[in-house]
Ligand binder design. Structure first.
Ligand SMILES: *Cc1c(COP(=O)(O)O)cnc(C)c1O
Length: 390
């Protein structure tokens, strides 16, 4: 089936895995087999062993490649497995430039694992491309972007970075977890590798841990496929199926969550106990225009700073609707505390330096009615006001 002419939401349902070619089943079959029978010594079938390739995992890999407009997709056992395997494209002696307020697990991988293999790094505030240019070394082989970043929602000019990277023959990696291809397609802006924690919006139901990577050309596909098989952190078939199930509703979930986010972020921005809201969908955000240019919207995750840590603690104690947890991108609204959760792997000093303070909360809007969430937050903030007066 040629699917090029379909819009994104249609493509989520009508792709090459719409039904099973052998029996018409309208759900991708889960193939548990670890190994595949071969006809004789010389003629091997397409599949031989499930670490190398498995039909269920392959269906997900093809679907995500189509959605991101890349040539090949790869499914891993977690977002960190996808990211770590993609970093293995680098070699000892190479240098990578990384977004300053990157996901805590990526920070840990870069600073505590890659460093042991003599892969150097520089963390850079990428909101200014001059900072990126200044960080280039003769051995810079990759630029790793997270945009909007986590948890301060700083926006990086993807196309701008890709141009810089091309000049020095370096690869551009983009962690697209926050926006998903429903809202942003880094490969179309010039990136080489897109990475995902499919644990978040892509699956969307807080019930699976998974990672995905998509590459822009067959040469990179060959290299990353080799690493996926060598490293072996592949996604299990049940989990691949759960991600495919989640993907079918990606568009409607994002649409609702983005609308709610806009409403909630605007409400918090006007609240006297809220010091600052970090959301590139607000006109007050320094990269509001850039975000509009490179993505369909600003997504469904934002962070906000309360007056102080005491107010934050009181707010967290008093809200009732969101789950208070690590993670994001789910049907239920998730409130999290970056300093103690996603960025706990970052030393205090590094964290504070990046503006991830102890009075910062991150919210990922789910599918509740936003007015219910606003009511809940209004009451919790009202109760937290008392902390100020004691
Ligand atoms: C969660 C997350 C990761 C890591 O993914 P896991 O599936 O938890 O391994 C990487 N990047 C971002 C932006 C994330 O939110």
């Amino acid at each position: 089936m040629t699917t090029d002419h379909f819009s994104f939401e249609t493509l989520l349902l009508h792709n090459n895995h719409k039904f099973d070619a052998t029996n018409g089943a309208v759900s991708v079959p889960i193939q548990h087999a670890s190994t595949f029978h071969q006809l004789d010594c010389d003629q091997f079938g397409k599949y031989d062993y499930s670490r190398s390739a498995n039909p269920t995992r392959e269906a997900l890999e093809e679907i995500i490649a189509g959605l991101e407009e890349g040539t090949n997709g790869f499914a891993f056992s977690s977002g960190m497995a996808a990211i770590s395997t993609a970093f293995m494209l680098l070699s000892a002696g190479d240098h990578v430039i990384v977004s300053e307020d990157v996901y805590g697990g990526t920070f840990r991988m870069v600073t505590q694992v890659l460093s042991r293999f003599n892969i150097e790094h520089s963390f850079v505030d990428m909101t200014d491309l001059e900072n990126v240019k200044a960080a280039i070394q003769p051995n810079t082989k990759a630029i790793y972007i997270e945009t909007p970043s986590n948890p301060l929602l700083k926006v990086t000019d993807i196309h701008g970075i890709c141009c810089i990277a091309k000049e020095i023959n370096a690869l551009t990696y983009v962690d697209n977890t926050f926006l998903t291809p429903a809202l942003q397609k880094p490969l179309t802006l010039g990136a080489d590798i897109v990475l995902h924690s499919a644990t978040k919006f892509l699956s969307g139901h807080s019930d699976v841990v998974a990672g995905l990577a998509v590459v822009r050309n067959p040469e990179l596909a060959e290299k990353l496929g080799f690493l996926q098989n060598s490293f072996g952190a592949v996604l299990g078939v049940q989990d691949a199926w759960l991600v495919m199930r989640g993907l079918k509703t990606l568009h409607v979930r994002m649409e609702h969550s983005v609308q709610s986010t806009k409403k909630i972020a605007a409400f918090l921005e006007s609240h006297p106990l809220v010091k600052k809201v970090h959301y590139p969908g607000l006109a007050s955000h320094p990269q509001f225009t850039l975000q509009k240019q490179q993505a369909k919207s600003a997504g469904a995750v934002f962070s906000f700073e309360l007056e102080n840590e005491d107010i934050l603690r009181s707010f967290v104690d008093n809200v009732t609707l969101p789950v208070f947890a690590v993670s994001l991108g789910a049907v239920e609204t998730i409130l999290s505390y970056p300093a103690k959760m996603s960025h706990a792997a970052m030393p205090d000093e590094e964290r504070e330096k990046r503006g991830i303070t102890k009075s910062l909360l991150r919210l990922s809007a789910g599918l509740e009615n936003p007015d219910d969430l606003i009511k809940d937050f209004t009451v919790a903030l009202e109760k937290s006001k008392l902390v100020l007066t004691v």
